[in-house]
Each structure stands twice: as structure tokens, then as C-alpha cells.
Design a protein around this ligand. Structure first.
Ligand SMILES: *[C@@H]1O[C@H](CO)[C@@H](O)[C@H](O)[C@H]1NC(C)=O
Ligand SMILES: *[C@@H]1O[C@H](CO)[C@@H](O)[C@H](O)[C@H]1NC(C)=O
Length: 336
């Protein structure tokens, strides 16, 4: 196990979540630990993420999958009355927002509505606080003539005061990608819908090779695969700024800022998925990934993080209107 582990790490410059493959070798452990977090750190949040990753990686994790879950879920149907709308209303923007946001706003700071997603913008950090989407298979299937190269390209959000806007110049030569939080490919049904995702208030600096163009992309693809196989998926995505322990033993939050507008480079990103299947049952999967290059060999499951951990770290309540007991599973477990 250790040999394989070390090999993956040296190839990828990768990530300590792999540590879950139980190793008692503390040297390898601390090396990997440092790789996850790029430097000295030791916060309770990261420990929790790490512990959880470790748990989900133990070969026996799948034995804990619930046997009685479907019986439980069937006896507690989710109240769908709010979703019922006359068909003429389906096309209306107000109805769409109601549908995307029906399980609650994580926060109300500087909210912007688009045709197919909703953003709350962090004016201090010049990146989103959170982005909410609701996708079905139609959203991820290419509409006629839809092509990301035909979109107008990344542009400033003119609804944000110029003091607080991020600009293309901020990202230029920063070394970071302009990472979509509502992914362009989740909105392929029309050029208009895809074009809207290119507004810079939906964008945050992401490490390109090995992250935005690697494992983060895999997570987005996984999300679309779930949307194709189920009735729909609700998605909340956002940045995190996690503390690390410095050499003086105290915790600090340290993150880079880029460009003249000091656009924050998040240390991590979260993505929380609520999958509704054809029977109307709900399942939640919540992930935290470090904004760092990683091996794509790492299974996405290794990044599953308890929803409460994400909420505490982000200062947001996520899917507050769905009682946790109504989920058939949360990260593979029957909720208590
Ligand atoms: C983090 O801190 C805890 C408590 O202070 C300690 O037990 C643990 O070993 C530390 N972990 C690392 C990786 O330094
Ligand atoms: C994309 O959106 C911007 C801003 O609304 C608009 O100016 C531009 O014409 C759009 N481009 C396309 C190809 O729809």
C-alpha cells in the first residue's frame, strides 16, 4: 500500500487524503499532510476534513451503506407542493428562481439572479460567497449551436459597484484560471444560459493544471452524470478560507490576493449536491477540495466532508429547508 501511495504522490505532487489507505508510517503521513495543505497548518476544520477523508478511504466503508434506507425515505416523502406550478409559469424567471432556491438561501449578501443560477457575491473578496444551481439532463445536453467559444468571454459584472468588481486584468498573468463556480457546461441548453456563467461575479481564482482542469472538472462531470441519471440535482458551490497553524502555534487564515483589486484566492472550494431521484427521494453529497494540483486518480469520495463542517467553515446554512432526516443518505450514511 505504501509503495503505491508514494508513487501516486510523487507523480501528482498530490494530496494527503490518500492517507486514508491506512499507514502507520508517520513520516509518510506528515509528508502527505503537508502536501494537502501546502505548508504548516493544523486547524480543527482541516483535521475534521482529513479524518473524514481517511474514514471514507478505509476499504470497509461501503459496508456501512444503509440497508433500510429506501423504506425510511418512502415513509417520509419530501413536501413537493411548493414545486407545483402551472406549465405556463415554468418559463418565467421568477418561477425558475423559486425552483433553484426552494430549499433556502445560504445567505442574503449581494444576491444576483441569472436565468439558470443564483450568485451571492462577496464584495470584500471579489469572488462569490456561494452559487446555487438546479440542473436536469436537459441543462447539460447541448442545445443547437451552443459552444463556449461563441460566448462573449469573461466580463465584469456591471451590477457590482466598481470598487468591488473583479476584472479580467486582475486574473491576467496571475497564474490562476478564472474558475467558474456555476460551471459553463451545466448550462449548455442555450447560448444565453451558458453566456451568463461567464460573468466575473461567478468566477474565482483556481489553480489551473491539476485542479480546475483536473479533479475539479471531474467533480463537475460527476455532477452532470448524476443529473442525467436522476430527476435533478441541486448544487451549491463556494470558496473556503481555512485556517492553518503557523510556527508560533497560533491559527491564521492566509490566502493570496491577485490583481489591482486584490481578488482573493480561496484555499479550498466546497460543492454540496442534493440529488433527487425519479422516486422523489433525496440524497446529499458534500465535498471540500483544496485549491491545489492533485492526482486525478484520487477518488472523489475521498473529498467527502460532513455538511456541518462546511457550513461552519463557510458561515452558511445549506439546504436548511430539508430536514436532514429526510435524506435517504448523506455522504453514504443514513442521517441520525
Ligand atoms: C494537531 O493538533 C492536535 C492538538 O493540538 C495534535 O494532537 C495533532 O497531532 C496535530 N496534528 C498535526 C498533523 O500536527
Ligand atoms: C453575452 O452576454 C453579454 C452581457 O449580457 C452580452 O453583451 C453579449 O452580447 C452576450 N453574448 C452572446 C454571444 O450572447
Amino acid at each position: 500500500m505504501l509503495v503505491r501511495l508514494a508513487a501516486v504522490v510523487s507523480v501528482s505532487g498530490g494530496l494527503g487524503f490518500l492517507l486514508g489507505v491506512e499507514t502507520s508510517n508517520t513520516d509518510v503521513k506528515s509528508r502527505l499532510w503537508n502536501l494537502i495543505c501546502r505548508g504548516p497548518h493544523n486547524s480543527s476544520v482541516e483535521s475534521e476534513i482529513y479524518d473524514n477523508a481517511q474514514k471514507s478511504f478505509t476499504p470497509s466503508w461501503y459496508q456501512f451503506l444503509p440497508v433500510s434506507a429506501s423504506v425510511f425515505a418512502a415513509s417520509v416523502p419530501v413536501d413537493k407542493s411548493l414545486q407545483v406550478a402551472p406549465s405556463s409559469a415554468i418559463e418565467s424567471p421568477t418561477y425558475r428562481v423559486g425552483e433553484i432556491m426552494q430549499y433556502g438561501y445560504p445567505g442574503m449578501d449581494t444576491v444576483r439572479f441569472h436565468g439558470d443560477f443564483v450568485v451571492s457575491y462577496d464584495r470584500r473578496n471579489r469572488v462569490p460567497h456561494w452559487v446555487f444551481e438546479h440542473i436536469k439532463k436537459e441543462n447539460c445536453a447541448y442545445g443547437e449551436g451552443v459552444d463556449r467559444n461563441k460566448c462573449g468571454g469573461f466580463r465584469e459584472d456591471e451590477t457590482i459597484h466598481p470598487y468591488f468588481r473583479s476584472t479580467n486584468a486582475d486574473y491576467k498573468q496571475s497564474g490562476y484560471d478564472r474558475g467558474h463556480l456555476a460551471a459553463a457546461s451545466n448550462h449548455r441548453q442555450s447560448l444565453k444560459a451558458m453566456n451568463e456563467t461567464f460573468v466575473l461575479s461567478n468566477i474565482a481564482p483556481q489553480v489551473g493544471a491539476g485542479f480546475n482542469r483536473g479533479i475539479w472538472n471531474s467533480l463537475e462531470k460527476y455532477t452532470r452524470a448524476l443529473a442525467r441519471k436522476n430527476r435533478c440535482v441541486y448544487i451549491c458551490t463556494g470558496p473556503l478560507y481555512l485556517p492553518r497553524k503557523d510556527i508560533d502555534g497560533k491559527l491564521y487564515v492566509k490566502y493570496e490576493v491577485i490583481g489591482a483589486n486584490h481578488v482573493a484566492v480561496p484555499t479550498h472550494f466546497f460543492k454540496v449536491l442534493v440529488v433527487e431521484n425519479e422516486k422523489g427521494e433525496y440524497e446529499m453529497k458534500s465535498f471540500v477540495l483544496p485549491n491545489a494540483p492533485m492526482s486525478e486518480e484520487i477518488p472523489l469520495k475521498a473529498f467527502q466532508t460532513p455538511i456541518e463542517t462546511i457550513e461552519r467553515a463557510a458561515g452558511l446554512l445549506l439546504f436548511e429547508k430539508i430536514p436532514r432526516k429526510r435524506f435517504r443518505r448523506i455522504n453514504g450514511d443514513v442521517p441520525k
